[in-house]
Design a protein. Structure first.
Length: 115
């Protein structure tokens, strides 16, 4: 299974971005999908997750600004990020768990929030 993340960019504070991550490969079924981020000098942290049943979970600082969604037909997970702040600057990674409990990471996409 390979994950390809995209959508990172330089954006001004208060702006919006939409990240996408597509999973490709053969013979797998996705269970949970998630986005993590890692800011310079900090540990990687969970930003948002979504189960196969659609239950969502968010890190406290983003729960009123970010929205995670998925398109099962396309094996894709999205992260809509609104009202971005400089503290949101980080490399964002997608992550999936398959139905056979295998875990995969995408390569990361850089989000920079700066004026």
């Amino acid at each position: 299974v390979q994950l390809q993340a995209s959508g990172g960019a330089l954006v001004q504070p208060g702006g919006s971005l939409r990240l996408s991550c597509v999973a490709s490969g053969r013979g797998f079924r996705i269970n949970a999908m998630a986005w993590y981020r890692q800011a310079p000098g900090k540990q990687r942290e969970l930003v948002a997750s979504i189960t196969s049943g659609g239950s969502k979970n968010y890190e406290e600082s983003v729960k009123d600004r970010f929205s995670i969604s998925r398109d099962n037909a396309k094996n894709t997970v999205y992260l809509q990020m609104n009202r971005l702040k400089p503290d949101d600057t980080a490399v964002y990674y997608c992550n999936i768990w398959t139905a056979t409990l295998r875990n995969f990471w995408g390569q990361g996409t850089l989000v920079t929030v700066s004026s």
